[in-house]
Design a protein around this ligand. Structure first.
Ligand code: DNO
Length: 382
């Protein structure tokens, strides 16, 4: 497995020279300043690549080449969007970048309710409270229908939290929910989010699947010709939020996607933390079933609560058996002669991380701790 580290370019407080001290060989990066749907120009890709290589790394994975909301909704100038996506892939392939991660979550990327939840031993982590998400949907967005979507304990706890919450606490919650979108993308306020949610009214689970299938049919043949491996990132959290359909949350979903366009270029980003937050997902089994289509791995862990909440735990301390997952991935690599890039996904904020302005989850000491633990597992199993 090939060690990589995610670097947000101009949006990252860490320099590549600092990252070099982690000992990773590869960089995962994206042109976050380019608006969703616009072609990534060859010169900008070349500049980023040069910057990465001068620092002694290779640019192994693009995370992400975002998919325009029109494609997910199935509206607007679709052929123009597909042309733009294919043009970006062509420019990336010309620069030798052959692994491209993306997601198909409507509107928001990963969603948390607390960006700095305290850990018992000090430091902080990212946390998803079902109660706070229920508050956000029911009380702040006025989505009464969300009362059906959450565990009764979460609804009750949320109602109580809302009554005693201050405006500042509600603003912090809005900020946390919006934080999953790095770079130059829209951060919605409540009214903006209501408007964009309304644009998804009536879009069913099957509609979203059909729109993903159309996207795959449009881009996978090009990717395949270019030698690019596309790898879809699972939904985070892996279940419905905001009343929006989610189609990359379970083993069955992944199976459906892999056969929708049955080409090795149509692959998976195995994110153990995202998938691990769904109690029905068996991560070693998923790694076994789809190891041959896994082009990128995000390794991290979560502990789950019965009401649907979860906490980002230490990499070895959560509910997912990461040793078993890595064992499966090593086996897939041996069987298919591949070298899967992986990164220690997210880390706690520890020691000198605290108070710094990292992208949420992308700390230095916390991620380095996670990486060291994963390195140990890989060394032992190899
Ligand atoms: C969160 C990340 C995701 C991921 C995208 C891929 O930390 O794993 O934001 O980059 O979903 O498109």
């Amino acid at each position: 497995m090939r060690e990589t580290w995610r670097w947000f370019g101009e949006f990252d407080p860490l320099s590549l020279t600092e990252i070099a001290q982690t000992g990773t060989a590869g960089i995962v990066s994206a042109l976050h300043a380019i608006p969703y749907g616009k072609v990534w120009p060859a010169e900008k890709i070349a500049d980023r690549r040069a910057e990465i290589e001068v620092a002694g790394f290779t640019w192994d994975v693009v995370e992400s080449l975002p998919v325009h909301e029109d494609i997910k909704r199935g509206t607007g100038p679709l052929s123009q969007h597909f042309d733009a996506y294919r043009a970006s892939l062509e420019n990336l392939a010309s620069a030798g970048i052959k692994t491209v991660c993306y997601n198909f979550m409507p509107i928001l990327d990963w969603t948390r309710t607390d960006l700095s939840a305290p850990l018992p031993s000090g430091g902080t982590c990212l946390h998803f409270s079902a109660a706070k998400m229920a508050v956000f949907e029911i009380h702040m967005l006025g989505r009464e229908a969300a009362r059906e979507a959450y565990h009764q304990d979460a609804i009750r706890a949320g109602d109580i939290w809302f009554l005693s919450s201050t405006e500042a606490e509600r603003d912090t919650l809005l900020h946390a929910v919006m934080a999953g979108l790095p770079g130059a993308v829209d951060r919605y306020d409540i009214n903006g989010l209501k408007t964009v949610l309304a644009s998804y009214d009536g879009l069913s689970h099957d509609d979203l699947r059909a729109n993903l299938k159309r996207f795959l049919e449009e881009v996978i043949p090009t990717a395949s010709t270019l030698g690019i491996n596309m790898c879809i990132h699972p939904d985070d959290p892996p279940g419905e939020i905001l009343g929006l359909p989610r189609i990359v949350s379970t083993q069955d979903d992944i199976g459906w996607i892999m056969q929708a366009v049955d080409d090795p270029a149509n692959g998976l980003t195995l994110c153990t933390g995202s998938l691990g937050a769904n109690p029905y997902n068996d991560l070693p089994a998923i790694a076994r079933a789809f190891g041959h289509r896994t082009h990128f791995a995000h390794l991290r862990n979560v502990t789950k609560d019965p009401d649907g909440s979860f906490t980002e735990s230490g990499h070895l301390a959560g509910d997912v058996d990461l040793v078993a997952v890595i064992d499966e991935l090593l086996e897939a690599e041996a069987n298919h002669d591949t070298n899967i890039p992986f990164r220690a996904d997210h880390g706690h904020a520890l020691l000198s991380d605290i108070g710094q302005t990292f992208q949420p989850g992308y700390t230095l000491i916390g991620r380095l701790r996670g990486l060291a633990e994963l390195r140990g597992i890989i060394a032992a199993l190899s």
